[in-house]
Design a protein around this ligand. Structure first.
Ligand code: NAP
Length: 621
């Protein structure tokens, strides 16, 4: 550079000045533009009003902050690029479906020349919302109308007093739910009405989808693309603040294209007299290239039991060999009932569809009011509805009324650092009786009762970035996992063992009886004796007249737990989300309030802060 004497001229305002490259060291900023670019710029700017110049200056600053080059517009169109912010696709995912649709929408928008940002609600900076121009919400609802774990803080903030005015923001909401639950798609409804109440403008009416969401999601994506294309005169760019999007796992094996794996071990780990049948399952991932981290879940596709399929055929009188259409193509109804349709979970849609197809009085009567419909599908299976309300159905009617079978997710109970070619999980086999008929859970029955070592199982990995060990192995961890909630903590301990982590760890485990239900007892005691596990607190609920739960053990150790939190411990809860996780949360609030001398609101803020910083994570079902 020192020997270069190339001279440039700049003439934006004021007298023309000549300078050389040596001036780069002085207080004058030279232009990096070529003489031609400068002349072109000058031409464009000449005659602009002060307002136009100010807008252009802001626009260029915006482009600079986005780190993009105007020449790099992805479509290569010659449209004038407006100062529009990239649309934001914000998802709240419980089982990965909302995340999958978000990614699909992003791809569809890109194909239409619109580059959108995608962000998980969990990692989105709330304060940025008021500066967005277009926000597309895709959210699941789970349990009793609750937001997905990762969306909870964003939902709470938006519903609260601190949410900003959103005038000038355009939005659309897609909800994913399960119509077998009472508060179907409640979270989507919450977002939809709140955005409107905050002054935002609805781009499209809210769409609520059920478990068989695929075709509805595709149609909604097409509508959103058309809407955004129509209102976007130009190409949007991905801004630098685009937050981490979806999963990092890239394997050819996915939910839609699962890996056919060999089942290695199916071992009952509860005692002979236990009221529970809990299985330790080991599956080979050899040759799959699948990778997972502690905290991830294993997706399992299952088939329905042959005797259940037979029962449904007999109850309806459908011809087992009749051909029907499924998502896989044409096949016999018998095969479709085995592999393609949900039989072990009843849902309102089955009854309404049968009523519509047959006009059968009993089914029509069941659809008369919501409460009757809901109670007809509670705690029973499709065969139980058919037994209670006999109706003749053809194979086609049956196929039209049933919804596609969905895989089930199980928390992974192993560390791939320790076992590169295996994945383990812990499965409670669901068994119950309905009017004398013995019933089993879909996937848990398949794995627990019907799969033997050597059989094949179709699996995939569902990453869960909201349930991760601390990056620093010295950080203490507090793990609360009664029942099958122990699964991810077995993975955590295995991982910490193999990487020789030095951080302290404390496990709270509970189950009915010490002698029958102490899952992984030998392993846990080994971890304890080797110091991999610092403390093990157990709550065997039925070993004494009064129930004792994990939260009782937490309360008893409140002062020590609070010291761990002050030392930077990460807190994890895994297991039943309907009662246990809520009750444990309430006790954590009490402990924090008591130990830190905070009122209930203060304690909640403290736990919310821990959550926001990833120090309080939950994997509940
Ligand atoms: P669980 O039913 O959650 O019981 C574990 C322990 O928690 C028992 O000692 C139980 O005591 C106690 N408990 C009950 N209510 C509690 C509360 N409010 N707070 C704290 N502790 C409480 O055990 P699980 O075997 O893991 O079953 C969990 C449920 O999740 C099952 O319905 C299962 O089907 C389902 N599920 C399991 C999986 C899986 O297997 N990986 C996956 C998805 C869903 P008492 O029973 O004595 O009251």
């Amino acid at each position: 550079m020192a020997g270069c004497r190339r001279c440039l001229s700049i003439r934006l305002s004021g007298p023309e000045k000549e300078f050389s490259d040596d001036d780069w060291m002085g207080d004058m900023t030279p232009t990096p533009l070529t003489a031609q670019q400068l002349a072109a710029l000058d031409d464009v700017l000449r005659g602009m009003s002060a307002v136009q110049l100010a807008w252009t200056s802001g626009y260029l600053a915006g482009r600079l902050s986005q780190g993009t080059s105007i020449g790099e517009t992805p479509t290569g169109t010659s449209d004038i690029v407006a100062a529009q912010k990239a649309p934001l696709i914000l998802f709240g995912s419980q089982t990965g479906n909302a995340k999958g649709i978000a990614t699909k929408l992003q791809t569809a928008l890109a194909a239409a020349g619109i580059t959108a940002n995608v962000s998980d609600m969990a990692s989105y900076k709330q304060a940025s919302l008021k500066s967005e121009q277009t926000v597309i919400i895709i959210t699941a609802t789970y349990g009793e109308g609750e937001p997905p774990e990762g969306a909870e803080l964003f939902h709470k903030w938006l519903m609260g007093k601190r949410a900003p005015e959103l005038k000038g923001l355009n939005f659309a909401v897609l909800g994913l739910g399960d119509s077998s639950y009472e508060f179907f798609n409640k979270t989507a409804q919450d977002f939809d009405s709140r955005f409107e109440a905050l002054g935002a403008t609805r781009l499209l009416d809210r769409v609520e989808l059920d478990v068989d969401y695929k075709s509805g999601a595709d149609a909604w994506i097409a509508d959103i693309v058309a809407k955004l294309k129509a209102q976007t005169p130009s190409v949007s760019q991905v801004s630098q603040h685009a937050v981490a999007t979806a999963s990092t796992v890239s394997s050819v094996w996915t939910k839609e294209n699962p890996f056919t794996a060999e089942l290695l071990v199916n071992q009952k780990i509860t005692g002979r007299r236990s009221q529970k049948d809990v299985r330790h399952i080991e599956i080979s991932l050899d040759g799959s290239g699948l990778t997972y981290k502690p905290g991830d879940a294993l997706g399992i596709w299952f088939s329905n039991d042959a005797s259940l399929v037979q029962e449904v055929l007999e109850l309806t009188g459908a011809d087992a060999n009749a051909t029907v259409q499924t998502l896989r193509g044409a096949g016999t109804i018998s095969d479709a009932l085995t592999h393609d349709f949900e039989l072990t979970q009843a849902y309102p849609g089955f009854i309404t569809k049968v009523a519509e197809l047959t006009s059968d009085e009993r089914y029509v009567a069941l659809t008369n009011d919501k409460a009757t419909l809901r109670s007809a599908v509670t705690d029973c299976q499709i065969a139980d509805i058919l037994r209670a309300n006999p109706v003749a159905l053809t194979a086609d009617q049956l196929a039209a009324a049933l919804r596609p079978l969905q895989p089930r997710l199980y928390s992974i109970a192993s560390s791939q650092t320790d076992l590169p070619d295996e994945v383990h999980t812990t499965v409670a086999v669901v068994r119950y009786a309905v009017d004398g008929a013995e019933r089993e859970g879909g996937a848990s029955g398949f794995l627990g009762s019907r799969c033997e070592p050597g059989d094949t199982v179709r699996v995939y990995i569902e990453p869960n970035d909201h349930f991760r060990l601390p990056i620093d192995p010295e950080t203490p961890v507090i793990m609360i996992g009664p029942g099958t909630g122990i699964a991810p903590f077995r993975a955590f301990l295995q991982e910490r063992d193999v990487i020789e982590a030095k951080g302290k760890s404390w496990l709270f485990f509970g189950n009915p009886h010490f002698t029958e239900d102490f899952l992984y007892q030998v392993e846990l005691q080994d971890y304890l004796s080797r110091g991999i596990l610092t403390h093990l607190s157990v709550a065997f609920s039925r070993d004494q007249p009064q129930k004792v739960y994990v939260q009782d053990k937490l309360r008893k150790n409140g002062a020590e737990l609070y010291r761990w939190i002050q030392d930077g411990a990460h807190i994890y809860i895994c297991g039943d989300g309907q009662r246990m996780a809520k009750d444990v949360h309430a006790v954590l609030l009490d402990i924090v309030s008591e130990q830190a001398g905070l009122d209930p609101d203060g304690a909640e803020v403290l736990l919310d802060d821990l959550r926001a910083s990833g120090r309080y994570q939950r994997d509940v079902y």
